[in-house]
Design a protein around this ligand. Structure first.
Ligand code: CDP
Length: 194
């Protein structure tokens, strides 16, 4: 059975939490594609070389969830050759036997336009920054500024900009609990599988 759930959206919208829950619920594999870009940014040196030589060790670094790694990721993510180097792996993962959930920025628009389910998970910048601040701590105003800066870069880039696919179902988590957001995602997937 080939079945892809594409989950896109801006920084700290809850994509990761929803993706993990949905993957566990349906027994699908899960790929956090942001981790690929974070690993490329964190590796340093020429980002295209880093993307072409990405290995499991690079993805296991402990510093990938930091604000700095998020900023570095969004800077290398504007480079078309970096994105191109990561496409095949993501496409194969998406269409592998057994079902897959991928979360990122361009899964429903570029990586897997044929995905059976496309979700666009979003929330206000303030709510998202607060969630990220709970994870990373530090200066709350700086976390908000970083979230806004990264969103602008991700939405404004020429190659694979962040935007909802025309056929995506939007889940706004500003006023939804985690459980309600997961339930909304599960309902969409169950409808598509029926
Ligand atoms: O967890 P969070 O939503 O903050 O970010 P992430 O999903 O780990 O992604 C980090 C950065 O990688 C994003 O800001 C994007 O610039 C880039 N990215 C991308 O361009 N395409 C993807 N499919 C996933 C991430």
């Amino acid at each position: 059975m080939i079945f892809t759930v594409a989950i896109d959206g801006p920084a700290a919208a809850g994509k990761g939490t929803i993706s993990r829950a949905v993957a566990a619920r349906f027994g699908f594999a899960h790929l956090d594609t942001g981790l690929l870009y974070r690993a490329v940014g964190a590796k340093g040196g020429d980002p295209v070389v880093a993307a072409l030589s990405l290995c499991a060790e690079d993805l296991a670094r402990e510093d990938l969830r930091s604000l700095a790694a998020g900023q570095a990721a969004s800077r290398v993510a504007v480079i078309p050759q970096v994105r191109a180097a990561l496409v095949d792996f993501q496409r194969r993962f998406a269409r592998a036997e057994g079902g897959a959930v991928l979360d990122g920025r361009d899964i429903g628009t570029v990586i897997c336009p044929e995905a059976e389910v496309k979700l666009y998970v979003t929330a206000s910048a303030e709510v998202r920054a607060h969630r990220r601040w709970l994870e990373v701590g530090g200066d709350a105003a700086q976390v908000l500024a970083e979230v806004i800066e990264r969103d602008a870069r991700d939405m404004g880039r020429v190659e694979a900009p962040l935007k909802p696919a025309a056929d995506a179902v939007v889940i706004d988590t500003s006023v939804l609990s985690i459980d309600a957001a997961i339930a909304a995602a599960v309902a969409v997937i169950e409808r598509a599988r029926a």
